[in-house]
Ligand binder design. Structure first.
Ligand code: PEP
Ligand code: MN
Length: 356
């Protein structure tokens, strides 16, 4: 349930309302940040509370609304219809994820392989307009015999790439035991598709400060995904970016997954959290990545995550879906066409590549 307070309400009255919620109604009030309204979230067992009785607490209360969805803190109503703005500090400056800001592009290899390759890739993607370097140190692989990531040493390589370029770092945590080490290097912590319902991990990332990129589970419904995000917010961390990365369909011959772009308008109506699209895992094939990246921009995504590798044929993971830096330069320019149309992104690449 949320309580909307009149904007001119004196602070003492807000304090009194909060006290009454705690003492009489046995719920925890939570101040919800907002530009235009003062909103209080009521956390606890509110199912049997009559909104009309809450309304009577104070004449300064404008409205009391019940949130009907199972997810509360992530719901759009919880922030009274306003979008979240997640500001992530990076050495190159603050980057904001929100529907009111330019689209944020994150790119880099699936796995961090060597210092030379990661620094090179970071420089190349930065020149094409990227704000965050992605790269896995701990890799969730289907086969136990496949490359599992370089672990701690890969985190060191990411730190070097950050130092060399000023890009923010996005990297995945798979195990609660690695969280502190990952959080030291990462500006955004990725929780991968396979761990979307690893509730122990969700609670841990919820109890620390770094923003979290929460990928959609391979067969997760939108409600399950939002409930996973709810775990992180309930743990105390409001900074979650939802990342669609394709769901399991029945045709794996032509695409690895089915990229569900309809989540963008659907999530927009359900949640205030920013939305990212990963067309690399979403399609599994580099040839489909440019088209789906542009489609994601057209449909209103707030961010994109794209795999780029200096030599995809030799990549230790996900080579077939990785773009070369040259292909990424071209995509950067192509994305500008749609990005300018929606007024949310412009490539810094100079158009010598034959794209307007
Ligand atoms: C990745 O980003 O490299 C990755 C493993 O993603 P997902 O969890 O979406 O499969
Ligand atoms: Mn990958």
């Amino acid at each position: 349930m949320i309580i909307v307070i009149k904007s001119e309400t004196p602070q003492e009255e807000i304090t009194r309302i909060n006290q009454e919620l705690i003492n009489t109604w046995r719920v925890t009030p939570e101040a919800i940040p907002g530009k235009h309204k003062t909103v209080i979230g009521m956390i606890g067992d509110t199912i049997d509370i009559d909104p009309l009785l809450i309304q009577e607490i104070s004449p300064w209360i404008e409205q009391v609304l019940r949130i009907e969805k199972p997810f509360k803190r992530v719901s759009r109503e919880y922030r009274h219809g306003q979008a979240s703005e997640i500001t992530v500090p990076t050495p190159n400056g603050d980057v904001c994820f929100s529907e009111h800001h330019p689209i944020v592009i994150m790119a880099g290899p699936c796995s961090v392989e060597s210092e030379e390759a990661i620094v090179y890739t970071a420089k190349r993607v930065k020149a094409a307009g990227v704000k965050f370097l992605r790269g896995g140190a701990y890799k969730p692989r289907t086969s136990p015999y496949a490359f599992q990531g370089h672990g701690e040493s890969a985190l060191d390589m990411l730190a070097m790439a950050r130092e060399a370029t000023g890009l923010g770092i996005v990297t995945e945590v798979m195990d609660t035991a690695d969280l502190d080490g990952v959080a030291e290097v990462a500006d955004i912590i990725q929780v991968g598709a396979r761990n979307m319902q690893n509730f122990a991990l969700l609670k841990k990332v919820g109890a620390q400060d770094k923003p979290v990129l929460l990928k959609r589970g391979i067969s997760a419904t939108i409600d399950e995904w939002l409930m996973a995000a709810e775990y992180i917010l309930a743990g105390g961390n409001p900074n979650v970016i939802l990342c669609e990365r394709g769901i399991r369909g029945f045709d794996s011959q032509y695409t690895r997954n089915t990229l569900d772009l309809s989540v963008v308008p659907v999530l927009r109506s359900l949640t205030h959290l920013p939305i990212a699209i990963d067309p690399s895992h979403g399609t599994g094939k580099s040839q489909w990545v440019p088209t789906m990246s542009k489609a994601a921009i057209a449909v209103g995504t707030d961010a994109l995550m794209i795999e780029v590798h200096p030599n995809p044929a030799k990549a230790l993971s996900d080579g077939p879906q990785s773009l070369t830096p040259e292909q990424f330069d071209r995509l950067s320019l192509e994305m500008s066409v749609i990005g300018k149309a929606v007024n949310r992104w412009e490539s810094p690449v100079i158009s010598s590549l034959g794209v307007q």
